[in-house]
Each structure stands twice: as structure tokens, then as C-alpha cells.
Design a protein around this ligand. Structure first.
Ligand code: G6P
Length: 608
């Protein structure tokens, strides 16, 4: 969601902060602001819109400083205006705060502070923090922050500076990620490692209820109860190239094209050379629980939830274990039954999605073993799980998830193979299962090579108002994902459905203006899907089919066909989603949309 960067060191802080926050712009982008101390005075500049607007304001002035904080906002409380943009300051313009998360008791705190004479300038929950810190400030910023936070309910990642302690940044975390970047005579506080990666790969992750105090020559961490904590310095394995566009027009396009390589990375070191077993190092300590497990519940949101649905089909078919897939946000509030021997698997690219995190905490309380499938190493969900599998695909920056979706499916496939060998020793893993997935990267490449054809199709349908996506079996989650991709980046209304369900409602929408994308590969439900195609054609709907290479029969029945290489049914989603990602991307670009930063969306949703 929002992004935070703080810097203290010998470089020109305004520039370092601007460069850092630009790397986080993908996380939230309706307004931004920076506070810094120059010649003992706190300055604060804010702007509505993209970070370029803030940059224009700052560049017009000759600012020099070695310490500051900056924020990019994704509005929760209050519209995206200059007043509501962070940083927020106290009554005397001496203390500035940037904040990710939500202060749940802000109404109560605000009216109390107002009665005490504090004057509020914004509609945000964050502003109460500035005034609370002001209230408790008696010469030392970190003590004031600790006291203020003891009154606060909700979630936060914050960074605070004050002109009364001009050589210090105080940061604190509860439920919203924050890390210290340790450079050469310089320190960063960031909500995402990519903001400081240009300067350092050494980071310290803050835990909940922990504060950090950064001064020019050292950093210190404590609990908010003022007890010193001793943290491990971790090395980030991502490099700068991974967070740059590398010649592509958008991150999303780069990430779509990275998929052959990212899937190779998912498999690297995990498949034994004789192809008959899968090694998943992150599950070593959970083997006994997995052997005994009676049920798996997958919790996730958005695209990760779609990957979870594919996982359900795979695990039930090949590992013969009951699986349910739940929206994390529903799971956490409905008092679910968790029996003994239930494994809960959280799927989250970022590892920070608030609802998914809350769902695993709920599940743990009820006694479940928790596993995670995350991409971001060191993320909160990955750290809180008992075991897990990382995607290892480098950062995903485009807000619309692409390479994470295919990597999550590939990981679920490896996990399925692993579970099968653990639980069904009498029907050992078919070595073809491994060979099949090893051939997928090359097959994805052949689909990427037909991008021109997809561009032609995008031209024909870019002005549609609605689109329906239909699939069955393993391709039903792909239909959901195809529709999500289109709606989130092109703003065309799109729905995904299991194809047979069309008759129970969506068929009423079919007319000559309704494009319907069928994922109609040669699988065990192919015959059924041909019937569904006829039903749409007879109502004059326009049909685009994703079909298997060599299927000549389908071309006569539909308006357009995009062919994908043949693979097994279970692996089809890894191929059938690729043309849908490209179609959504090109339609959105043709409509003039900002595909990497679609309106109102955020890459990582760290609020409920
Ligand atoms: C947001 C993103 C989606 C993502 C979802 C879940 O909505 O825009 O692309 O699928 O969050 O995120 P996660 O990091 O938990 O996979």
C-alpha cells in the first residue's frame, strides 16, 4: 500500500529519499510528501498525484540536508488531497510523522487531543500520532514515540523526525512492514527493501511492537516497552536489475516475459536428478505433520487465491487429501472449524497482505500448523509460518500479478508431487510429472512469441464494455484470473465463471456486443466446453478460444483462436493464462491506461 523511506547519512538526503520513494511508487500513488530538517528547521513538502509532482516542488528549491522521511500514500482515511498527504506534523510544525497502516481508535484519540487544545489540519487517522508524540515530548523523541504508541490501537509502520532532536529518526512497527537498511555510514528505514537496494543489501527486519532509533553513526532497536533487542543482519539476494524495467515499456510486460526464466528458478535445486522426487527444504521440519495431515485449508487474496484454487484441484487429484480454498478475509471472521491435523497454507506474493496474515494468526490460535508460499524473503507471513516454500522469482513490481501467479502454481505442483510421495508411497511419483513441468518454460516462450497475434486481437476488442471469461476444471481458476487481469488494468468490466454456470445467469448478458473468452484446451472436459461455446454462438456472442495446438475442429466454431502447446491437464493453467495476461496488457495500453499503477489499486494490501 503506502510506502515509507527514511534516510540519515552523509549523502544529499532529498535526492536519496526521492530515488527511494520512486521505487515504492508501485505500492500506492495518490499523493506523496517529504519532511526533513535543514539548519535546525523542519520542512515539509507535499503534492497530490504521482511522485513527479512532489519532485517538481522540491526541485524548485535549494534544499540540502542529511536526514529526512518521505511517504507515498494510498488513501484510507480522507481523500487524496495535499492536507491528507503524509508527513503529518504537530501543532508547532516541529514533529513530522509518516505512517502505513490504520489507527483504529483515532476518533477517540482525536477528540481527546482536541479537548486538550491540539489543532488538526487533516482528515487522516495518522495525524493523531503527530499530536500524541507532541503531547509526550519532553526532550527525547524515542521516549515520546514509545509513550504515544502505548495509547494506539491498530496497525502501523511509522517514521518520525523532530527539529528538537535534529539528528535522529525514530521508527516503529506493528503489523506493517518496516526494515532498517545498513549502509556505509548511512542508515535507511523502509517499508520495502527495493527502496534502499541501490545503497545496501544488508537489512534488519523490525518485528511487531519494536522501535528503531537511527542516528548518523549507529542504530538501535528496542521493544516499545523500552527493552533492548538484538537483531540479525540479513542479506538481500535481489539485485538492482531486478527492480528496473530492463528495456520494457512497463514492469508488467517485463514480468510476463520473465515467466520462462522465473519458472526455471522455481524448480532449480528442488527436483532430484533422477526426476522421481522433489526436495523442498523449507518443509523439512513439517514432514511428520504433512504425513499425518487430514485436511488442508489454503488462505489467500486476489491472484494468489486463484492460484490456490488450482492447488486445490491438484492436491485432491494427485495427493488425495481434502483441500478447501478460502478468501483470507472471510476465513478470519467466520470462526472456522480447525480440527487436529489441519494444515493451513497461506499463499501471498508479498507476504504482507493484512487479511492473509490475520487468517494465519487465527488458524494458529486454533491449533493449525501454518505453511506459507511467498515470494518476498523475510516477509511477515513467511517469518510467522512453521515452514514454507519461496517462489524465488525476484521482485514483482507491476500491480497486476503475473509471474507470481504462474510461480505459485508451479510451487503448488511441486508441493503436490512431494505430498504424493509422502502420503501415497504405494503409488510412487510418476517421473513424467517432473518431466512435464520441466518442459513448461519452453512452451511459455512459444506463446510469448505469438504476441503480435494477440496485439491484433487486442485492437479488435479494446473498446468492449464487458467481457466474459469461461473455463472448466483446471481452467476455471484461469478464467477468473483472466477476468481479473482485464478489469484491474483496463477498467473493462470482466467476469470469470465456470463455463457450465453460464446457464445460471451470465447467459442473459450474451449478445453480439459481448466478447466471451473460452479456455477450451483438449482436456477431460473439452467436449463439455464445446457445448458451452455453441450456447454462446447461438446467441451471437463473439467467441475467442484459447485452444490446444493442432485442434482444427475448434476454429470453425469460434471467431478467433489462440493456440497454446499441449501439456497435461494439471499443468494447462501455466500456459493458458499467458495469452490472457498479454491480451489484458495490450488492451489496457491501447486504452491509454497506466498498467503498472492502475487506479485505486495497490500492490500489497496491508490494511483490512
Ligand atoms: C493486491 C494485488 C494483487 C494480489 C493481491 C494479494 O490486490 O493488487 O495482485 O494478488 O493483493 O497479494 P499477495 O501479496 O498476498 O499475493
Amino acid at each position: 500500500m503506502c510506502g515509507i523511506v527514511g534516510y540519515i547519512g552523509c549523502k544529499e538526503a532529498v535526492k536519496v529519499l526521492l530515488d527511494g520513494i520512486k521505487r515504492l511508487e508501485y505500492r500506492g500513488y495518490d499523493s506523496s510528501g517529504m519532511a526533513f530538517i535543514q539548519n535546525g528547521i523542519l520542512h515539509c513538502e507535499k503534492a497530490v498525484g504521482k511522485i513527479a509532482e512532489l519532485e517538481k516542488r522540491l526541485n524548485g528549491n535549494n534544499f540540502h540536508t542529511s536526514l529526512g522521511i518521505v511517504h507515498t500514500r494510498w488513501a484510507t482515511h480522507g481523500a487524496p488531497t495535499t492536507e491528507n498527504a503524509h508527513p503529518h506534523v504537530d501543532c508547532n510544525n516541529e514533529i513530522a510523522v509518516v505512517h502505513n497502516g490504520i489507527i483504529e481508535n483515532y476518533d477517540y484519540l482525536k477528540s481527546k487531543l482536541e479537548q486538550e487544545g491540539h489543532i488538526f489540519k487533516s482528515e487522516t487517522d495518522t495525524e493523531v500520532l503527530a499530536h500524541l508524540i507532541e503531547k509526550y515530548f519532553h526532550g527525547d523523541l524515542e521516549t515520546a514515540v514509545m509513550e504515544a504508541l502505548r495509547e494506539v490501537e491498530g496497525t502501523y509502520g511509522i517514521a518520525v523526525i523532530s527539529q528538537k532532536n535534529p539528528r535522529k529518526i525514530v521508527a516503529a512497527r506493528k503489523g506493517s512492514p518496516l526494515m532498517i537498511g545498513i549502509g556505509n555510514q548511512e542508515y535507511f528505514i523502509t517499508s520495502d527493501v527495493s527502496a534502499s537496494l541501490e545503497h545496501t543489501r544488508d537489512v534488519v527486519y523490525l518485528d511487531d511492537n519494536e522501535i528503531a532509533i537511527l542516528t548518523p553513526d549507529r542504530y538501535e532497536t528496542k521493544t516499545i516497552q523500552n527493552i533492548r533487542t538484538h537483531k540479525k543482519v540479513e542479506e538481500i539476494l535481489w539485485n538492482l536489475d531486478m527492480i528496473e524495467k530492463g528495456g520494457y515499456e512497463h514492469f508488467m510486460l517485463k514480468e510476463i516475459h520473465e515467466q520462462p526464466q522465473s519458472l526455471r528458478n522455481v524448480m532449480r535445486g528442488r527436483v532430484e536428478s533422477n526426476n522421481d522426487s522433489v526436495r523442498l527444504g523449507g518443509l523439512i521440519h513439517c514432514e511428520q505433520d504433512l504425513r499425518q495431515a487430514r485436511r488442508i485449508i489454503i488462505v489467500a487474496c486476489g491472484t494468489s487465491w486463484h492460484a490456490g484454487l488450482v492447488g486445490e484441484y491438484m492436491l485432491e487429484e494427485f495427493a488425495r487429501i481434502p483441500v478447501e480454498v478460502e478468501y483470507a478475509s472471510e476465513f478470519r471472521y467466520r470462526n472456522p472449524v480447525i480440527e487436529k491435523d489441519t494444515i493451513v497454507i497461506a499463499i501471498s506474493q508479498s507476504g504482507e497482505t493484512a487479511d492473509t496474515l490475520a487468517a494465519i494468526r487465527e488458524a494458529r490460535q486454533k491449533g493449525a500448523k501454518i505453511l506459507s508460499i511467498c515470494n518476498v524473503v523475510g516477509s511477515t507471513i513467511a517469518r510467522e509460518a512453521d515452514g514454507g516454500i519461496y517462489l524465488h522469482i525476484g521482485p514483482e513490481i507491476g500491480v497486476a500479478s503475473t509471474k507470481a501467479f504462474t510461480a505459485q502454481i508451479a510451487v503448488l505442483y511441486l508441493f503436490t508431487s512431494y505430498m504424493r510421495s509422502l502420503r501415497c508411497p504405494s503409488s510412487p511419483l510418476d517421473s513424467n510429472m517432473i518431466k512435464d513441468i520441466q518442459s513448461i518454460p519452453e512452451k511459455i516462450q512459444t506463446i510469448l512469441n505469438m504476441e503480435e497475434h494477440i496485439i491484433e486481437l487486442a485492437k479488435l476488442y479494446k473498446d468492449s464494455e464487458h467481457t466474459l471469461y469461461l473455463g472448466r476444471g483446471y481452467n476455471y481458476p484461469v478464467a477468473l484470473e483472466g477476468a481479473l487481469k482485464l478489469k484491474e488494468i483496463s477498467y473493462i468490466h470482466a467476469e470469470g465463471y465456470p463455463a457450465a454456470e453460464m446457464k445460471h445467469g451470465p447467459i442473459a448478458l450474451i449478445n453480439k456486443d459481448m466478447p466471451v473468452v473460452f479456455i477450451a484446451t483438449r482436456d477431460n472436459v473439452y467436449g463439455k466446453i464445446l457445448n458451452n461455446i455453441e450456447e454462446v454462438k447461438s446467441r451471437k456472442g463473439k467467441v475467442i478460444a484459447i485452444a490446444t495446438e493442432g485442434d482444427d475442429q475448434i476454429a470453425e466454431k469460434v471467431n478467433h483462436v489462440l493456440y497454446i502447446p499441449k501439456t497435461t491437464d494439471v499443468l494447462t493453467p501455466l500456459l493458458s493464462v499467458i495469452p490472457l495476461q498479454l491480451l489484458a496488457y495490450h488492451m489496457a495500453v491501447m486504452r491509454g491506461c497506466d498498467v503498472d499503477k492502475p487506479r485505486n489499486l495497490a500492490k500489497s494490501v496491508t490494511v483490512e
